[in-house]
Write a protein that binds this ligand. Structure first.
Ligand code: NAD
Ligand code: TYD
Length: 338
């Protein structure tokens, strides 16, 4: 089987390629990535000499490049996206371009190449926001109600993917998953930002009152979920993927990391809230469990600890990532407050 992985040099794409080549060594993986600020080929040194792996630099909005790389592909796993909510608030245009237009370009090419499956990786954020203190969850039946430029652009891409299934019969599947954590996550996202700031002796920025809730999914569980959908998922279907069964709010996570790292809670700095900050996400993953036998295997406390250990052991990796252009983003985003 020949897979085209878009965005394979980013956080989840990297973990997926490493996972796939070790679990399906007979398959070939082509990694198509533009290498934006979030793409990093240093993540993939363990597979770069594997004859089953090939990297092609390119933009999913570039129809010619996409058409060329799609040749002979059986399965597309589409991760490439602008993925950070705060950046989408600073500037929405790249989100619409990559997430919406780029997905449409890929869909056209996949249709032309008659791929056997187009798997689209999406987010629970397309469903909007839940109230704190309620038992409500997002499921495959929840209506879309995106509230940030990021989630709106991902919602647009989901609609396009379904449209290509209904209109043209493209064999698609979609996963809407919750917040991932684990190795190689860009340190603009909450968990790696907190860990690396603490190592650097910096303050930890917590938005608003810190009571916002996310569902947390260890990245390898996400890779296993995509594997399950590719092998046994039904074409045209959507599967919601989540990792936790109880609410964990941001301040609790920050305090857990501070404690794991032997630091002091005086490192916490409550900063101005994110505009339109979604209050709570929670995912009902019973469909993928009942239909495909998938469930998360990595519990939050153990794998948060392992994630902290990974960042401690891989300081050169994140120090490199945090240098250069990241500094400009950090100053703009946090306005010198942390
Ligand atoms: P990331 O930002 O770490 O990586 C994105 C990758 O896409 C980078 O390698 C980047 O270079 C590449 N890319 C961006 N624009 C491109 C373009 N125009 N052409 C080709 N490549 C391009 O993102 P991630 O956290 O790994 O997320 C991967 C996917 O999973 C995204 O679609 C995201 O919406 C979705 N998702 C992420 C999470 C999460 O918690 N990280 C949760 C749910 C869904
Ligand atoms: P993030 O990792 O950006 O993921 P998302 O916004 O896609 O859920 O943020 C996770 C939560 O942490 C979210 O409620 C916003 C909050 N947060 C902070 O409190 N401080 C920060 O510096 C960042 C980046 C996020």
């Amino acid at each position: 089987m020949k897979l085209l992985v878009t965005g394979g040099a980013g956080f989840i794409g990297t973990n997926f390629i490493i996972y796939w080549l070790s679990h399906h060594p007979e398959d070939t993986v082509v990694n198509f990535d533009k290498l934006t600020y979030a793409g990093n080929l240093n993540n993939l040194t363990s597979v770069e000499k594997n004859p089953q792996y090939r990297f092609v630099q390119g933009d999913i909005c570039d129809a010619k490049a996409v058409g060329a790389v799609m040749d002979g592909i059986d399965i597309v796993v589409h991760f490439a996206a602008e993925s950070h909510v705060d950046r989408s608030i600073l500037e929405a245009a790249p989100f619409v371009m990559t997430n919406v237009v780029g997905t449409q370009v890929l869909l056209d090419a996949a249709l032309k190449a008659k791929v056997r499956r187009f798997h689209h990786v999406s987010t629970d954020e397309v469903f909007g926001s839940l109230e704190l203190g309620t038992p409500d969850t997002f499921s495959e039946r929840t209506l879309y109600n995106p509230r940030s430029p990021y989630s709106a652009s991902k919602a647009g891409s989901d609609h396009l993917v379904r449209a290509y299934y209904h209109t043209f019969g493209l064999p698609v599947t979609i996963t809407n998953c919750s917040n991932n954590y684990g190795p190689y996550q860009f340190p603009e996202k909450l968990i790696p930002l907190v860990i690396t700031n603490l190592v650097e002796g910096k303050k930890v920025p917590v938005y608003g009152d810190g009571l916002n809730v996310r569902d947390w999914l260890y990245v390898e569980d996400h890779c296993r979920a995509i594997d399950a959908v590719l092998s046994d998922g039904k074409v045209g279907e959507t599967y919601c993927v989540g990792g936790t069964t109880e609410d964990i709010n941001n301040i609790t996570i920050v305090k857990k990391i501070i404690s794991l790292m032997g630091k002091d809670e005086s490192s916490i700095e409550f900063v101005k809230d994110r505009l339109g900050h979604d209050r709570r996400y929670a995912v009902d993953w019973s469909k993928i469990k009942n239909d495909l036998g998938w469930k998360p295997q990595h519990d939050f406390d153990t794998w948060l600890t392992r994630t902290v250990e990974w960042y401690r052991a891989n300081e050169p990796w994140w120090r490199d990532v945090k240098s250069g252009a990241y500094q400009t983003y950090y100053t703009t985003q946090y306005q010198g407050t942390v």
